[in-house]
Design a protein around this ligand. Structure first.
Ligand SMILES: Nc1ncnc2c1ncn2[C@@H]1O[C@H](COP(=O)(O)OP(=O)(O)O)[C@@H](O)[C@H]1O
Ligand SMILES: [Mg+2]
Length: 284
């Protein structure tokens, strides 16, 4: 049994209130306005244990706002979020990270001039032992390099030297470093907002392989993407976002790319495709 199957099996062993597995992350009725712009309107969200959930939607549909609300970067005006069934309210991404939610934002946050090891440990540096670390806050560069190399190796990211500055890397390698950082510290889930948007075909393949390896560890992944073939290649379920809310959840095994695009653009009624709000997702 693969690690991924094991993750799923564990999930079925922990039934939620309505019989299905308890979602790892769950949101009900999230709303957020910027002046007159309603970026999120009563949005629901469910991430199940061990799954790769794709979030798709047109530009401006509110995908990034949803992800920011789930990761503590944006405070929703209304609605509730539950992590492992427990009500949470993150006041910052730091609080979400402390609970094991790691996010790779669309506007990629790496420090180009710093080396790869420093980027992996940005904000979470390993300190030297004794007073050098506790009083003088000296970082243990050797330990960070060794650990960075270990993390990259474990994820199959091939980078010759972790002492290289991130700015010397290709777009795909940089994105891989950002994703590896999320994978290294994410204990409950990893969220990625359009991680392949700026990448070529080969580099996108690299990042998708990385997502597969993260998923194989049993860590659920939320992947925001525009790229339908990629979504169908990698997702277990597809959350379709439209006009600030979840319009449907579709199973890529039961639906075509045309179905998904039709719901995205409003050309098809999700109910007619059998992709309405899934059972066991009744509002509380
Ligand atoms: N910080 C902000 N200030 C004002 N408007 C915003 C802000 N963030 C998002 N919006 C608006 O909210 C809507 C949803 O945006 P966004 O969540 O980025 O959508 P998506 O990621 O699906 O393209 C858009 O109309 C966008 O212009
Ligand atoms: Mg976006």
């Amino acid at each position: 049994m693969s690690e991924r199957e094991r993750g799923r099996r564990q999930s079925t062993a922990a039934p939620g209130p309505s019989g299905g597995p308890t979602p790892v992350l769950e949101a009900r009725g999230l709303s957020k306005s910027y002046g007159h712009v309603e970026a999120m309107v009563d949005a629901d969200f469910d991430l199940l244990p061990g799954e790769v959930l794709a979030v798709v939607g047109d530009n401006g549909a509110g995908k990034s706002t949803l992800i920011k609300a789930l990761s503590g970067a944006v405070a929703p005006d209304r609605g509730e979020i539950r992590l492992d069934g427990e009500r949470v309210s993150f006041r910052s991404p730091i609080e979400a990270r402390a609970r094991g939610i790691e996010t790779v934002y669309q506007d990629l946050a790496v420090a180009p001039a710093l080396d790869i090891a420093s980027n992996l440990f940005l904000g979470r540096e390993i300190r030297r032992s004794g007073v050098l670390g506790s009083v003088f806050r000296m970082v243990d560069a050797a330990a960070m390099r060794a650990e960075a190399q270990h993390q990259l190796d474990a994820l199959g990211v091939r980078i010759p030297d972790v002492r290289q500055p991130v700015e010397s890397l290709s777009g795909g390698q940089r994105q891989s470093v950002a994703v590896a950082r999320a994978a290294a510290f994410g204990t409950r889930l990893v969220i990625m907002d359009e991680p392949t948007a700026a990448l070529g075909v080969r580099e996108s393949g690299m990042v998708l392989d990385l997502i597969r390896r993260i998923s194989a560890r049993g860590l659920p992944v939320v992947l925001i993407s525009h790229n339908m073939p990629q979504v169908f290649d990698i997702a277990d379920r597809i959350h379709v976002h439209r006009l600030g809310r979840r319009a449907a959840v579709l199973n890529p095994r039961d639906h075509t790319m045309n179905d998904v695009v039709a719901v995205m653009t409003g050309a098809a009624d999700p109910e007619s495709l059998g992709g309405g709000t899934p059972a066991a997702r009744e509002p509380r």
